[in-house]
Design a binder for this molecule. Structure first.
Ligand SMILES: CC(C)(COP(=O)(O)OP(=O)(O)OC[C@H]1O[C@@H](n2cnc3c(N)ncnc32)[C@H](O)[C@@H]1OP(=O)(O)O)[C@@H](O)C(=O)NCCC(=O)NCCS
Length: 252
């Protein structure tokens, strides 16, 4: 199955040419580090506009707050331009706060696993990071963090270089994590995402994950919970899980 997906990815990438490039998913090697960090950071930076703009549609409570503040401002000042300025103030505030939180998150990630990938993902049998490569070039990443006593592995750090999206790379990386979970004897794979873009949700659902809960008002690493952030930064954390025991991945 995975080979089929990779074939279709290769075909789409080549856009009709005859030679097939090979997409290979392999475990992290030290020379991949700079590319892995780039793809991770670029994927995270996309979350800024995703949270600030797309996220607005998912949080009616935030919209209600903004309108209430504008209405109160209008009553107090009796200036109509208070209303006219509202959309610009809200969008700028949301962008600024999302950017600050994502930068904080990136800083935390870089000072832990993503800044010390070799140490984190190659020394312990419970944690792995894989890269997808095309002609030797890193085009996607994913990691797994195993929790043996609790019996689950967490899928993390999924990101694909935007030039190679929609070609099956995300699926190939996802399968790697499921295969790891199966061979290492984990019963379940879990993941969490604050993305609103349909890409991440559709990908996880296609891999067989089911949404097991949503935390509204989730506070990610990197958030300071300042007043400004409470007003302009609000996200839902979607929890996904998949019981891997019965998935026939052998021979895919
Ligand atoms: C989410 C992400 C990893 C998907 O990677 P990808 O390589 O494009 O995914 P695939 O090509 O394997 O897509 C598999 C399926 O996911 C769904 N999907 C992927 N991108 C989609 C999009 N933009 N819109 C809707 N569905 C999408 C489709 O069902 C697709 O199957 P199809 O192409 O046969 O219809 C990629 O968009 C990405 O890196 N985004 C930025 C970082 C991010 O959001 N990471 C996840 C954080 S939890």
């Amino acid at each position: 199955m995975q080979e089929k997906l990779l074939d279709s990815a290769a075909t789409k990438i080549l856009n009709g040419k005859n030679t097939k490039p090979t997409i290979v998913v392999h475990e992290f090697e030290p020379e991949d580090e700079v590319h892995v960090q780039r793809i991770f950071c670029e994927g995270m930076m996309e979350m800024i506009s995703d949270t600030a703009f797309r996220g607005l549609r998912h949080h009616p409570e935030s919209l209600l707050l903004y309108f209430t503040v504008a209405a109160v401002g209008l009553v107090i000042t009796t200036c109509w331009w208070v209303i006219a300025l509202l959309p610009a103030v809200v969008l700028c505030g949301r962008y600024f706060c999302s950017r600050r939180v994502i930068h904080g998150y990136l800083e935390k990630a870089m000072s832990s696993d993503m800044g010390h990938i070799e140490e984190f993902y190659t020394k312990s049998p419970d944690s792995r990071l894989w890269v997808a490569t095309l002609d030797g070039q890193v085009i996607g990443i994913v990691a797994a963090d195993g929790h043996k006593t609790e019996g689950f592995a967490e899928l993390k750090r999924m990101s694909v270089d935007r030039r190679y999206r929609r070609c099956g790379v995300g699926m190939a990386l996802g399968f790697k994590v499921l295969e790891f979970a199966l061979t290492q004897g984990y019963a379940t794979v879990v993941l969490g995402t604050t993305a609103y873009s349909p890409a991440a949700h559709q990908l996880y659902q296609r891999l067989g994950f089911q949404c097991s809960g949503i935390t509204n008002g989730y506070v990610p690493h990197g958030a300071t919970q300042s007043l400004l952030e409470r007003i302009f930064y609000r996200v839902c954390h979607h929890h996904y899980r998949l019981d891997v025991k019965n998935i026939p991945l052998n021979g895919h």
